[in-house]
Write a protein of this length. Structure first.
Length: 506
C-alpha cells in the first residue's frame, strides 16, 4: 500500500510538471524559450516512476483490506518523509536536463529549497532562465507551502480509509495549532486549499496592478503566499523599484504567517475565534515590536556604535525606513526571504543581525506556511516556565498552561519542550557540520538557522545579496537535509529514521 500511495503522489507531481510544461510551450512559441523538452521529459519520467510504484504496490500479494488493516501510524511518517524526498529528487530533473545547474548536488539543493519553501538559491543568473524553469521554481514553493499531503488529500481523495488521511495529515502538519475544520479530513484539506487559492489569486491581482507583468505577478504570488521567496529576478522584489510592490508584498507576507484555520473562522463569521486567538495577538505584537526596533536602529545605531553600523547603506527618510522595516520584518519572521530596495542587512551592520537571527528562529504562527519554531510553541514554553516559578512560590497551588482560553495538557507541553531541546541540539550539530564543510562560524550559524527555519538568506558569502553557489558540496547536502527536517518540524523525519533503522522493533 505504501508503494501505491507514494506512486500516486509522484503522479500528482507529474500533473503540476505537465502544467509547467504547457507554460514553457506557450513561451516557446512566444519568445523561443528552450526548456520545453527538459520539462516534458521530466514529466514523463516522473509519471512513469509513479505508475511503476503503483504497479509494484498491486503486486505485493496483499489484499486492499489486509493493507488497510496493517497501516500504522509509523507508516504515515515514513510515507510523508519519503514523499517529500522524492518530490525534491524528481523535481530537480528540469534543472539538470535544461542545464540550469551542472550537478546533482546543486539541482537537489535547489529543488529541496523550493519544496520546503526555504528560498535559498545557488543560481546567479535567474534573469537569464527561461519562463518554464522560473514557473517551476514558483510552483515548487506553492506546492510545498500549504503542504504536499494537504494538497493531495484535497484534490485526490484516493485513500481508502479516513484514518489514513488523518495520520498523514498529522505527520506533515505536525504543529499543534492546526484545527480540523470538518469531521472529514478531506473536507478540512479542501477548505484550507480554497483559502490558499483565494489568497494567492488576490495577491497576484494586487501585484498585477503595479509594475509587474502577469507572469511575474503569478510567480511572485505563489512564492509570497507559500512564504518561499523565490523570485523571477536575481534582485528579487527590488528589481521593480516600487514602493507599491513592497507594501503589497509586506501585507501578503504577513498574511501568509497567520494560521490558515483563522481565515476560515473569519470568512464563516466566527469572529470570536479569530479575535480571541492568542497566538495571532502575539504574532501581531512581535511584528510591531521588531519593526519598532529596526526603525529605532536606523536612527540611533550609528550613535551607539559606529564600528558595528554602516549608515551610508540605510534607507533615507521616515517613510523609507518604515517601509524597509515593515518589509524586512515580515519577510524574515514569515521565513519568506524576499529582498526589497534596501534589503541587505549585512550592509546595515552587526547590530541588525541579532534581531534578524531571532526572527529567523522564531517564525510566525502554527498552521501557516511559515517556518521556524512557531509562536505557539514559544507561548507555551514561556507560560510553562512562568508556572515553574509560581509553583516555587505557591507549592500547594495548581497551575495550568492556557492559550486562547484553552488548557494545554501536560503531554502537549512536554512535546513542545522536547521539540525545543531537539531543535537546539540539531542546530548545534548543524553548525558543526557547516564549520567542518568550510564555513566561518558566523556564516555557519546563519546558514543553519536559515535551513532549520526554512528562511532562506544567510550572511557573508551566503547573505541576502549573494547566493549559496560557493558553498561546498558537504555544506549543500547538510543544508538540504536540515531544510527537510525543518519543514516537517523534526519529529516526522526523526521517527522515519528510527523506523528505517530499527524496523519492527521500534
Amino acid at each position: 500500500m505504501k508503494a501505491r500511495i507514494i506512486g500516486l503522489f509522484l503522479l500528482f507531481e507529474a500533473l503540476f510538471m505537465l502544467i509547467t510544461s504547457l507554460v514553457a510551450l506557450f513561451y516557446f512559441y512566444r519568445c523561443g524559450d528552450g526548456d520545453v523538452l527538459a520539462l516534458t521529459v521530466s514529466t514523463i519520467i516522473t509519471a512513469i516512476s509513479g505508475f511503476i510504484l503503483i504497479s509494484a504496490g498491486r503486486k505485493s500479494g496483499k489484499s486492499n483490506r489486509q493493507e488497510i488493516e496493517n497501516f500504522e501510524v509509523k507508516d504515515s511518517f515514513v510515507i510523508v518523509t519519503i514523499t517529500w524526498f522524492l518530490f525534491a529528487l524528481f523535481g530537480m530533473l528540469p534543472f539538470l536536463l535544461n542545464g540550469t545547474v551542472d550537478s546533482v548536488t546543486d539541482a537537489f539543493f535547489e529543488a529541496m529549497s523550493g519544496f520546503t519553501t526555504t528560498g535559498a538559491t545557488l543560481l546567479n543568473n535567474i534573469d537569464e532562465q527561461p519562463h518554464g524553469i522560473l514557473f517551476w521554481r514558483s510552483m515548487m514553493q506553492w506546492l510545498g507551502g500549504l503542504g504536499i499531503i494537504v494538497l493531495f488529500l484535497a484534490v485526490m481523495p484516493a485513500l481508502n480509509r479516513n484514518s489514513n488521511k488523518v495520520m498523514m495529515f498529522s505527520a506533515e502538519m505536525s504543529g499543534i495549532g492546526v484545527k480540523k475544520l470538518h469531521p472529514k479530513m478531506m473536507m478540512t484539506a479542501r477548505k484550507l486549499l480554497g483559502i490558499y487559492v483565494i489568497l494567492t489569486i488576490l495577491c497576484a491581482f494586487m501585484y498585477g496592478l503595479g509594475p509587474m507583468s502577469i507572469f511575474d505577478a503569478i510567480c511572485h504570488a505563489m512564492t509570497t503566499l507559500s512564504s518561499g521567496g523565490f523570485s523571477t529576478h536575481q534582485s528579487s522584489i527590488s528589481y521593480f523599484n516600487s514602493s507599491y510592490v513592497e507594501y503589497v508584498a509586506s501585507i501578503f507576507m504577513f498574511a501568509s504567517g497567520v494560521n490558515f484555520s483563522l481565515y476560515y473562522f473569519l470568512f464563516t463569521g466566527q469572529w470570536k475565534l479569530f479575535r480571541e486567538n492568542e497566538e495571532l495577538r502575539w504574532y501581531l505584537g512581535a511584528v510591531i515590536l521588531m519593526m519598532s526596533i529596526f526603525i529605532a536602529l536606523f536612527y540611533f545605531a550609528p550613535e551607539v556604535n559606529t564600528v558595528l553600523t554602516k549608515e551610508e547603506s540605510y534607507p533615507v527618510g521616515f517613510e523609507n525606513r518604515f517601509r524597509t522595516s515593515l518589509f524586512h520584518v515580515t519577510s524574515i519572521i514569515t521565513s519568506t526571504g524576499f529582498q526589497a530596495t534596501d534589503y541587505d542587512y549585512d550592509l546595515w551592520g552587526g547590530l541588525f543581525l541579532i534581531p534578524t537571527f531571532i526572527m529567523m528562529a522564531s517564525g510566525a504562527c502554527a498552521g501557516s506556511t511559515s517556518g521556524g519554531i512557531k509562536i505557539i510553541r514559544e507561548i507555551i514554553s514561556i507560560k510553562s516556565i512562568n508556572n515553574i516559578f509560581r509553583r516555587l512560590l505557591h507549592p500547594n497551588a495548581l497551575f495550568s498552561v492556557k492559550v486562547s482560553n484553552e488548557v494545554i495538557d501536560d503531554d502537549k507541553t512536554r512535546r513542545v519542550i522536547n521539540f525545543l531541546i531537539i531543535f537546539i541540539l540539531l542546530y548545534v550539530l548543524g553548525v558543526l557540520f557547516f564549520i567542518v564543510s568550510g564555513s566561518p562560524l558566523e556564516e555557519a550559524m546563519f546558514n543553519c538557522i536559515s535551513a532549520l527555519g526554512n528562511s532562506g538568506p544567510g550572511t557573508g558569502s551566503t547573505g541576502p545579496s549573494a547566493s549559496f553557489s560557493e558553498m561546498s558540496d558537504m555544506g549543500k547536502w547538510t543544508m538540504s537535509i536540515l531544510m527537510l527536517v525543518g519543514r516537517l518540524e523534526i519529529y516526522t523525519v526523526l521517527v522515519t529514521v528510527l523506523v528505517i533503522f530499527r524496523g519492527k522493533k521500534y
